[in-house]
Design a protein around this ligand. Sequence first.
Ligand SMILES: [Zn+2]
Length: 249
Amino acid sequence: MDETMNVIIDKHINTSETGLPQNITKDEADRIITEVDSNSKYSGDYHIIYNEKQLRQKCTNVDSVEEGQEISRILFKLLAQSKNGIGLSAIQVGIPKNVFVTNVKEPLYFVNAEIIKGEYPIITEEGCLSFPNKFIKTKRNLKITIKADNIKGEVTYGYQGDITEDIKTNPNLKIEGLDILESVSIQHEIDHKNGILMYDRMFHQPDFSSEKIGRNKEVCIVSNLGEEKILKYKKASPLIESGLWRFKN
Ligand SMILES: [Zn+2]
């Protein structure tokens, strides 16, 4: 791994509003994320694409980690310019390669990544830089294990405890935080390389609402592990909000 990418990965946790690393100077960050060798085949001008047909292309692996780093620099630059983005894949700038970056807890890049394991389904909400201002409910995993050519061994992202045990001892467990957002963002970005979009992961919640059924009416809810409970609507509602439970049809 080269020196400059080490800076991006290791040196900082927080990011500023612009998405640039906070504890290095702006000049330094600009240099790191914009510097692409002019002899590189990726030295052109790139911008985010919105064409669904192009986004549906299947991507191929890059030949080397260095090639992945060159693409990552382009992606970090465009991600920083996007202001509110937290992840970007190569195909979203018209490069059909298996490379993507995220910037949730810290800027990360992934070269030729694969998800090896996904654990515990959760309902979440997400958007995509290729579909500005659209946010939809999706079904993802709370915890994922991935491997990539620029990462040693296998790495786990997402919920750090044992969710199956934790939800048993605390059914009201609230799932939130940057770990989960980071994991969801990685799942979203890794999908792009297979031409899969967030709309393909859409979750359709059955239409239950307190106006229709009343706050004291009993409803049956089911956890993502299949455990069932009968509760008054007003008690069930916060559990549904947590993403770990859903109404049983
Ligand atoms: Zn996207």
